[in-house]
Design a protein around this ligand. Structure first.
Ligand code: ZN
Length: 655
């Protein structure tokens, strides 16, 4: 079943009627990708990852859990309590992926999953295979750890995707029955409490946006208001911040606790603001955003400094080797920043989305689309001791040659799939004045503006490898409208021309060029962002990277992999010379095609340190040095040949 042209739906977020959205999301089919960097990645997701995902859901027992819950087979539940959520995320990815071009085989696999969900749902609307297979004595028995609301939220999002992308409401009917059931259990005059893992909040707001049912919005607000009462015990010794129960959301001043929980909650709170306009919610989210951007954000867009508790650390606590940077946290960050962008019209949020997308998120899947990192460190000293996910058995802690296929806690792989399948959603928005371009990819964008005129434009670019971006107006009416284009934070001297005429001082607002004029079909806007490799320093308060530099080119952060260097096994002895130019070259056969950056530096022998960890400061002498050409590849592509030593931050040449 393909979506009807008569009833086009939105993408994952629909702010078209949100009263506090400065910008409105486009409809799902308003944007389509053309051949380029992202189309290739989306194609790998479509052709490989989605089928592979179904096989993994069978192998890990997710689908059997639903079969047992439905009474179709006998057996024991397998896996974590939130196994159902992986099925829902995978279904969401299928919906976004199939909405433009159906793949019958994939859709029939998805039909099998939907039939299981339908069969497993209780007559009262409840569904959760962990509870229904008898692993938990009763529904809602363990709100802190049970993940029933978390799984429900993912079901709602999958259902919304199926309706919007495919015009298929089977899952939506299931979702609404479950939402109604939840609404019958929880509320101000009913049971109090909320789930230990936020997620359902944003899903309920979206369900409200799709159905118009205000009870769902009220329920989202209820669950948000339940937080910060200190009734959750936390996990192990992590305290109530692990569950985001340490402070009421309106009093939040800093990012704390489990990073994915924090960022999913922030997405839900921001969604609630978009609908209600309650200023205290936005004030709190702005505080949270400022705290992260100024003290807790990795250069890769990663979040979560601590493996322990999968948590945010203290301000400036950003270790490179023992960091967490869960893939889901970066995806959650992208989702939250999208909502903040829509509220504020401020490009700083789109910058954060770009940073996460091209680095932390893109590093998770292998280029083959069927191996995934859960944790995304910025440094690997030796390939024996990388921890790959939250709690694999000890025998699997030691590193294999490649990213794992799947994880016992498999939240990340289907999260990547649903994001890549819906990526066009995040490229552009519209408002009463025109169209805004937030992320760059070869694409076609089509929209009826509020003035009534039909606008169609194409984007031609080799981004992120090149900084030239051509926007061509294909169709337009005769009224003026504004084309707004984000200038990324890293772009130092962008230049602009319209129909070949340089525009000297274009209007620039909150990170966007705003080109407001009467457009003609055939008009061409050429933007040159000036992508050059550059060295980046970090705030000296980040001890882990003090005295180090990172290489960045456009939105892409680079890393050194041991195997590319002149002397193998010496990444700990390497230094980079910031006074020498960085050179680039295109390597079409390397890692599906990348631009490699070369820097001048050296390997230091440090002979005086051999056999010593510590010496009086007067003793060591500078060891012999060997000049070296350092070869850097995009961070996202690391670990695709064989996982080995890697570092993003490189010590600056000492002499
Ligand atoms: Zn995850």
């Amino acid at each position: 079943m393909l979506p009807s042209d008569k009833n086009p739906g939105s993408g994952p977020v629909d702010t078209s009627r949100s009263p506090h959205a400065q910008w409105k999301t486009l409809e799902y089919r308003n944007v389509s990708l053309h051949e380029g960097f992202w189309k290739r990645r989306v194609a790998v997701t479509r052709k490989t990852s989605l089928r592979f995902g179904f096989r993994m859901l069978e192998r890990a027992g997710n689908l059997d859990n639903l079969r047992i819950a439905a009474g179709l087979i006998r057996g024991n539940y397998r896996g974590y309590v939130f196994q159902d959520s992986d099925v829902y995320k995978w279904l969401e990815a299928v919906a976004w992926g199939m909405g433009r071009e159906a793949d019958k085989e994939l859709l029939s696999l998805a039909d099998q999953a939907i039939a299981l969900i339908e069969a497993a749902q209780r007559p009262d609307g409840y569904i959760n295979s962990y509870v229904q297979t008898g692993e938990s004595p009763e529904a809602w028995e363990d709100l802190d750890f049970g993940h029933e609301l978390y799984c429900a939220g993912h079901l709602f999002q999958a259902a919304i995707a199926y309706q919007r992308a495919l015009g298929d409401r089977r899952l939506l009917d299931i979702a609404c029955r479950f939402a109604d059931h939840i609404d019958s259990v929880f509320g101000p005059d009913k049971r109090h409490g909320t789930g230990g893992h936020p997620q359902v909040e944003m899903a309920l707001v979206e369900l409200y946006r799709l159905t118009g049912e205000s009870r769902y919005l009220e329920l989202a607000k209820f669950f948000i208001d339940q937080r910060g009462k200190g009734v959750m015990n936390g996990h192990r010794s992590y305290g109530p911040e692990y569950h985001q129960d340490h402070v009421p959301v309106r009093e939040v001043t800093e990012a704390a606790g489990h990073s994915v929980r924090q960022l999913y909650l922030a997405s839900g709170v921001t969604d609630l603001y978009l609908e209600t306009g309650e200023q205290a919610l936005l004030d709190a989210m702005q505080c949270l955003s400022k705290d992260i951007a100024e003290t807790k954000l990795y250069i890769t867009g990663g979040m979560g400094a601590r493996f322990d508790g999968e948590a945010f650390g203290d301000p400036y606590e950003l270790p490179t080797d023992q960091c967490y940077c869960e893939t889901c946290a970066a995806i959650a960050s992208l989702m939250w920043n999208w909502r903040m962008l829509i509220i504020s019209g401020d490009g700083c949020y789109a910058d954060q989305m770009e940073r996460a997308l091209y680095n932390n998120i893109l590093a998770s899947p292998a280029l083959d689309g069927q191996h995934f990192f859960y944790i995304n460190p910025l440094m690997l000293r030796e390939p024996r001791y990388l921890r790959l996910s939250t709690d694999l058995p000890p025998s699997k802690v030691f590193i294999p040659n490649e990213r794992p296929e799947w994880h016992d806690c498999a939240c990340c792989p289907p999260n990547v799939m649903r994001l890549f399948s819906s990526l066009t959603h995040y490229l552009a928005t519209h408002d009463a004045n025109g169209i805004q371009i937030h992320q760059f990819a070869p694409a076609e964008i089509e929209r009826d503006l509020q003035s009534g005129q039909h606008v169609k434009l194409t984007i031609v670019t080799e981004y992120p490898w090149q900084g030239q971006i051509r926007l061509r107006i294909e169709e337009t009416g005769s009224d003026s409208w504004a084309l707004s284009i984000r200038i990324p934070e890293w772009s130092q001297n962008p230049t602009l021309s319209i129909n070949g005429n340089t525009v000297g001082e274009p209007n620039f607002e909150k990170g966007y060029l705003v080109l407001d004029r009467v457009w003609q079909a055939g008009d061409v806007v050429d933007l040159e962002l000036g992508i050059e490799p550059m060295l980046v320093a970090s705030n000296p308060r980040i001890d882990a990277t003090r005295g180090c530099l990172a290489i960045q080119r456009g939105p892409i952060v680079y890393c050194l992999e041991d195997k590319d260097q002149e002397i193998p096994g010496r990444l700990l002895d390497v230094e980079i010379d910031q006074n020498k130019p960085l050179l680039t070259r295109w390597e079409g056969d390397l890692l599906d095609g990348v631009i490699v950056v070369e820097a001048e530096g050296q390997f230091v022998d440090n002979e005086a340190w051999h056999g010593h960890l510590y010496q009086p400061v007067t003793s060591p002498v500078q060891g012999a040095t060997h000049p070296a050409r350092l070869v850097a590849i995009p961070y996202y592509a690391w670990g695709n040949r064989k996982i080995g030593g890697m570092r993003v931050w490189i010590p600056e040449k000492s002499s």
